[in-house]
Design a protein around this ligand. Structure first.
Ligand SMILES: [Fe+2]
Length: 185
C-alpha cells in the first residue's frame, strides 16, 4: 500500500463519493483531510505547470470545478498575504511545498459598526499538513512569511466565483468580498 500512488483523479473520485454520501461539513472535511494529505505528499500527483507562479503574480489554477466541490492549486510568493476572510462553505487546504502561516479568528459585533476580531490561533502548516475549514471556524488570514514560494491545494464545498463573502481589515472594518473571478482562498 505504501508504494501505491494516489492521483488527482482518485482524489476527485473519492471527494465525489464523499460529498454524495455526506452533507455535514464536519464529516466531509474529516473524511477529506487524510485523502488530501495523501495527495499533497504524493510526488507528481499534480502536473508541474500548476505548481509554479506566473511571473509577477500569485499562482491560481483550477484543477477541478464541479457543483459540490472544486479543487485548485495556489502558489503564494514570498510575503504574499490574504487578510481575514470567510468562505461560506467547508474547505480543506493541504501544503505541497514550503510552509504557510494561517491565523484563525472569531468575529463578533464590535463598536461603531466595526467587527471585533479575536485571534483563536496561529498555525504554521508544513508539507503534508492539512487545515480544515468548517462553518463556525472558517475565518482566516494567510501569509507566506518565508523567502520562497509556498504551494498548496485548496478544496471548497462551493464555487467561490460570485459567492458573497466578507473580508476584514485589522481594525475590524468589514468589506464585501465578491469576485466574478475565481478566488482560490
Ligand atoms: Fe481562505
Amino acid at each position: 500500500m505504501a508504494t501505491e500512488s494516489y492521483t488527482l483523479e482518485r482524489f476527485i473520485a473519492d471527494l465525489d463519493r464523499i460529498t454524495r454520501e455526506e452533507t455535514s461539513a464536519e464529516v466531509v472535511t474529516e473524511r477529506a483531510a487524510p485523502l488530501l494529505a495523501r495527495l499533497v505528499r504524493q510526488p507528481g500527483s499534480i502536473p508541474a505547470e500548476y505548481l509554479r507562479a506566473p511571473a509577477g503574480r500569485r499562482g491560481r489554477f483550477m484543477l477541478h470545478r464541479a457543483p459540490r466541490f472544486n479543487v485548485t492549486s495556489v502558489v503564494w510568493r514570498p510575503g504574499d498575504r490574504a487578510p481575514a476572510h470567510n468562505h461560506e462553505t467547508w474547505g480543506v487546504i493541504g501544503v505541497i511545498d514550503n510552509e504557510i502561516e494561517e491565523t484563525r479568528y472569531r468575529v463578533s459585533a464590535g463598536a461603531g459598526g466595526r467587527a471585533s476580531l479575536d485571534v483563536l490561533r496561529v498555525m504554521r502548516h508544513k508539507p503534508g499538513d492539512v487545515s480544515r475549514l468548517v462553518p463556525g471556524d472558517e475565518v482566516h488570514a494567510m501569509h507566506n512569511p518565508t523567502g520562497r514560494d509556498t504551494v498548496e491545494i485548496h478544496v471548497y464545498g462551493r464555487d467561490l466565483a460570485g459567492l458573497r463573502r466578507k473580508t476584514w481589515a485589522d481594525d475590524g472594518t468589514e468589506t464585501p468580498l465578491v469576485s466574478p473571478k475565481y478566488l482560490n482562498c
